[in-house]
Design a protein around this ligand. Sequence first.
Ligand code: ATP
Ligand code: MG
Length: 254
Amino acid sequence: MARKIVITSGKGGVGKSTMTALIGIALAKKGERVALVDADFGLNNLDLYLGLEGCDGYAIPDVLAGKCRVRQALLRHPKYPTLWLLKGDKDSFPINAQTLKGLIMQMEGEFDYLLIDSPAGVGEGFLAAVSAADEGVVVVAPQLSSVRDADKAIQRMKGLGIHTLSLLINGSHGDLVVEGEEFSPKEIAKLLKLPVLGVVPHIYGLSCEGELTPHIAVRYAAEILRGGKRRVYDPTKRYSGFWGSIRRGLKRSL
Ligand SMILES: Nc1ncnc2c1ncn2[C@@H]1O[C@H](COP(=O)(O)OP(=O)(O)OP(=O)(O)O)[C@@H](O)[C@H]1O
Ligand SMILES: [Mg+2]
């Protein structure tokens, strides 16, 4: 039976879809059977991040309208045979929690992981995505607005009975953390009172157009999700000590 994990954040644009795609790829590379569910109707981007935007096929609204079965709507990734995508739709589509939950339940026997990419905010779409899951990964950027919105999302999720929650801190700048100019992962974890699944650095030039390659930080996070070795990437490492201070100086002067 698949683990059903919602990837959410409260605040928009902090990397939910990117992390859903990257963690999905990292899990599939380990042979796990993974389906990514794009529950962000209207602003769906997962196909783009997976390099599957040109692929025609059915999307969630087609399944709900009875035009096809879930199986027919699942798009297999050409490079990772155990990775599948259930597309959202480019048009805004009203979906309620019960409907999405029903659809997800039809898939749970076929996969090890169902990763549900939630829309931003804590509205109707968030509610549907969260209701379909048993666990949550909260993507949070190291900025106050993101931490505050993550807190709201966490409280809503707990209210909905989701207590297996962890943080994926995304876009961390190791140099700024060392210099005390950005929240450290530890500070964020303390504020939000949740365990850290991973810390992903800000990756210069991370492409959102075309296929992504999981950074080592994401691979570590995927390994923790699988119940493997607990390692969290430390983006401050290369900016600490003597050589680190030189790197920081060089970065500042750019
Ligand atoms: N670690 C990172 N380093 C650099 N850029 C990143 C990183 N993570 C995400 N991005 C970029 O940030 C942008 C927003 O990412 P993404 O679409 O995944 O956010 P989102 O939370 O899903 O947004 P939305 O709330 O609109 O659904 C994209 O251009 C993506 O490439
Ligand atoms: Mg998104």
